[in-house]
Each structure stands twice: as C-alpha cells, then as structure tokens.
Design a protein around this ligand. Sequence first.
Ligand code: SF4
Length: 378
Amino acid sequence: MGERSHVPGVVIPIAPLTAGRTSTVDAVNGADLADLRAMRRVADRRDRPLHDLRISVTDRCNFRCTYCMPKDVFGPGYRFLPQDALLSFEEITRFARVATQLGVEKIRLTGGEPTLRRHLPRLIEMLSALRTPDGAALDLTLTTNGSTLVKQANALKAAGLQRITVSLDSLDDATFRAMNDVEFPVRDVLSGIDAALAAGLAPVKVNMVVKRGVNDDGIVAMAQHFRGSGVVVRFIEFMDVGATNGWRMDDVVPSRDVIAAIHAAHPLVAVDAQYAGEVAERWRYADGGGEIGVISSVTQAFCSSCTRARLSTDGKIYTCLFADDGVDFRALLRGDASDEDIAARLAGVWQARADRYSEIRSDATARSRKVEMSYIGG
Ligand code: SF4
C-alpha cells in the first residue's frame, strides 16, 4: 500500500481502475494514492466515466428566463453569492487540473451568464493551457445567452475558447422578450451569433428550450433560419430543473414531435452520436442543409450514458442536474489539502454516484427540492 492522504472525515468508495470493483477506504486513512496516481479513468456505480466537467462561474444573469430564473424568485431582493464565496480563477483551474487526472476531457463554462464574470478570458486562457494525462488539449466550450457576444467573441476566441453554445428560444421578438423577461431583443443575440462565427468559434450551436403554447410555433422557423449556415440548432425539452419554474408535463413538447415538424418541411436523416455520453440526438438534413439536434431529458432519458459532473460557482460538486445538494470542495481548495487529497475526494464522490433522475421522473419528483439551474448551470 502506498502513502496515504489526510482528508478528514469522509468515507470514500474507491474502484481500482482495472477491475471495476469497488472497495471502501475510510478517508481518515485517506485514499490509496498509488491507486489514485494509477487512475486515468474513474467510473461511477453504473460504470459511467467522469468525462465532462461543467463549471458555473457566476450565479448572476442579465436575463430572467421564465423556465430558469423567474423574476418572482430572482427579483431585486434576491441575494446572490458574495464575491469572496466564488471560486477564484486559480481555484477553478486547480480543480479542473485535478479532474483531468481522473478522466475529464471536456469543460463547459456556464452560469448564470458566464460572460458577466469579469476577466473571463483570463480563466479561459488558464483552462485552455491544461492537458489530459496523454497531453491532449481539453474540449473547452461555453454556454451563453449571447447578450455580450458582439463585444466579447474575439477576446473569448483569442483566450483559447474553441466553440460556443448560444441560448435563443425564439426568433419572434415579442416571444423572445417575454421568455427572457428583460425585453432583450432577438436581433442583438443574432448579432452575437454572427460575431461568434466571425471570430472563428466553431461549431456554433444554438439551444432552444421548447415550451408548449409559448414558443413551439417557432420550431420550424428556427430550423429554417440556421439551415445552411453551419450553426447547429438543438431543441431542448422543457425540464423540471430547480424548484421555481412551475414545470408541468403538459408543457413539454416531445422531441419526436419536434423532429416530425421539421422533417415535414425539410426531410431529416438520423446521425450516429459522435461519442458515448453525447447529450443531443443528432439529425441532418437529407439535402445537405446541415444538422440539428434534440435533447430529450423528459421523454428519452439518457442517464445511462451521463458522464457529467457540475462544479458550482462556490465550489460544490453536483453529480446530477436534478440533485438536491452537492459536495463541498472549496474548503479543500482553500485549506492545506494536496491535489491528491482533492483527487481522492472527487474520485470518491464520483464512484459513489448512482444518479438517474430522468429515469425516475414523476409529478412527485418534479416538485421535490432540487438545485437551481441558474446556480450550477445547465
Ligand atoms: S438526469 Fe442527472 S444523471 Fe440523468 S442525464 Fe441528467 S444529469 Fe445525468
């Protein structure tokens, strides 16, 4: 047995890499660091590897999208996290570096609205310098509401961002203004998308959350607008994220209906996933007009291949978008813990994971307490 770390008070299940077997070592004695050093891949109880790390860099946003950050909850009196509660860029980068040792190859920056975090290009520079144990660059992307892209696209690209996803829920200005609930005009997001394309971010993807009776009449128009542009539109089923968006199953437009509507206008052909755990189901236009995707967490759960961990703005790891709580790493990052201590805890948290919320979703679970998406990102 190798030397031991000293992470106080946590029981960590450790699965030696090869066997997929799980053994438990009391953290007072720490994880077996030799095992940790040898680990290149850590898997959870459903043998899903830790591959994607979503990092929320702020809990603030300049929009109040009704399905994510409704004004009646996130109003003028809402208390956002104080600055010193947020992980610093150095802390985020250190955590990400440790996570790459356990198999993370893709990082998505989220929020709130990540581009509101001051000096964000500095963080992107730091993260883009990280490498996997095999020396490969990470797949580094970001999800934004597009509101600042006209100003920031070039700086984000120059800092090392490779690609980007922009949320745009309607091309109809009145509908879009009502959904973002801050009267933000569609044309400015479209200009932001153009700026991202001009800056060389690629691919540029657009996410549209579809809600019945709100914006579902704009599905085909959205598809048509970006056909032939190289921009990939993903249509997302309205989800019961958090506990504030008043989710009802009746408001969900199943992805199969979205596909049927677009197919009727522009025939589609199914495309295989690019990698295990890819969130969007891919379709391409039969006439070569490009690609679209659907994200069907409600009607076609994809938990069995979910490889995503989420780091909150204040340093907690959530192993599911619909979790009700996370595990704190900020104390370790700010204390005297070594990188191996942090790796030991992260490995333990992931190996104990058995999340499958979308497989067990019900009206009852929809009303249960869940972390807010605006806090840990999508
Ligand atoms: S519900 Fe949770 S476990 Fe399932 S795909 Fe979403 S984040 Fe992953």
